[in-house]
Design a protein around this ligand. Sequence first.
Ligand code: AHR
Length: 642
Amino acid sequence: TLSVDLDAPGKAISPDLLGIFYEDLNYAADGGLYAELLQNRSFEYRASERSSWTNFTAWQLEQRGGAEGRWELGDARPVHPRNPHYLHLRTTALPDESTDAAVGISNAGFDQIPVTAGDAYEASFFAYQTYNGIMWRDADQSVPMPVTVRLEAADGTVLAEQSLEITGRAWTKYAATLTPTRSDDHARFVLLMHRLGGVALDMISLMPHDTFKGRPNGLRRDLAQAIADLHPKFMRFPGGCLVHGQGAHRFYDWKNTLGPLEGRESARNLWGYDQTFGLGYFEFFQFCEDIGAKPLPVVAAGVSCQHSGHSPGRGQECLPLEEMPAYIQDVLDLIEWANGPADSTWGALRAAAGHPEPFGLTYLGVGNEDAITPEFEARFTLIRDAINARYPDIVVIGTSGPFASGEDYEKGWAFARATDVAMVDEHYYVPPAFFWDNQQRYDAYDRDGPLVYLGEYAAHEPNRRNTLRSAIAEAAGLISYERNGDLVRFASYAPLLARRGHTQWHPDMIYFDATQVYPSANYYTQQLFGHHGGDTYHTTTLEGLATDTRLVAGTVSDSTTGDIILKIVNGEAEPQTVDLQLAGLGGPTTATRILLTGPAADAVNEDGEPPVIAPATDTLTLSPTTTYTAPAHSLTVLRFSR
Ligand code: AHR
């Protein structure tokens, strides 16, 4: 018997429970959410132990119609000091300037460049003409260098073309709009020079006009929409482990992600590939605003990732204490940048970027899965106290280390309680059974202590696949988080995004390639809780269950719509029939039912095939007493009004 007394007073819970955790992992930014179509646009890719990249990766020298040319890496006169490398391109032999002979470069993007007939793409680059030299003394510097920028189909057909002239010795930005006449999923970007001579090139970009909400320097529309469709109430960014960067002097630097793109210093990220930071803090905050999510940035707590091996012991490298004041100032500047008036030092930068109004930052994470050492505690406290003193309305979120239990977890929580940390970020990647076995986890947490942000969690199968079993286990977890929504303020599945072929971590919530988005079963669990959350919890009891039956339920109501939402999660391999006792319902009412289930516990949604696990909506009549059968391995959402 499943009973809810709708007349009994409910318990206020977090109206913001479900959100997202974004990290540039699995090509989530470049080659992912960030709409840039060219790879290695600023010739800054570098080799590492995980890749054989060079500054030329993704580029190809083109020598057409008998022309001959050379390319070299330049670093003597960069377009910006933070963007040290660029390309010298030279035509050294040209049979006849009146023919199609040309020297140039091409880029095939991140695996491929998909273009759509009739859509506009903004091609842009910085360039200057190079001096005549021994190799190319025939070049005449008194006339501009004619170039064409093109989109070419895989078979070489020109899909769109614009002519430009590069002139002068100063770095100048050139731009052209390319509108392909035909769609092609494997187009190439080509830039060709049509006479003897040379140019220096950098920041070569191809951006679709059709970005999410039409934002310039924007986000890939389909991916951003898939995220928006979750209805996230908050967004944590830019990571995870990523915020630690590559050590104490190379933490993720939010200031480096602002302003002109050519001035954002690219870096090898903690996941082994280069980041352009084209998707930076302004773009994150703007996206939050566009999707109605509260921004929740995270900064390093003055210590590096405990896994990074930069120092003996646990691998935690610490910023020297004498350097903490400058680091703390950076954190305070972030708050001023987000919330300060447009005439404040940092607020002015936000205003100059096009957002004079404050972004309304309320939450700030300090630290991520840190080893709870005295060094961490000292640095966290310095940062937290400085924020509290200057910005008492900002809620600082601490960390309980990487696990759901164990020494760090205990130490993290003891430290947080002892020092009155407002909210603690917990993480767990655990087998599906954990979510069933820990239904009472948060019931036992001290209500007088810090609030909980479950910042990263996922059910991990042994084969790390996105099974129905894992999605249903997470739904069971979410039932317990809603029930404890007075304590659990936020929860975000992790990781969010993964590009096929470039994935460092499984499972993830949303997979994609160059042209398609593939929501996992777990995506739909998140979406249903995102759409059907509430701000009041109503005591929901299940009686008469055989011991260890995997069946849980919870009821919330949403004061903005007045709707009541009853969720039932069945993790059993057999349907479960319950007598619903809805005291206070009055009479029969029509409920919307959204059912998430699939053919088997091991079922997964396969790329490119219709999803076998996706929500289906119908209606049913609910009476004060109703018999309901929850299908095997299912999440049922019943939404109704009284
Ligand atoms: O979500 C992937 C990683 O898992 C995060 O970067 C880190 O916080 C956790 O260990």
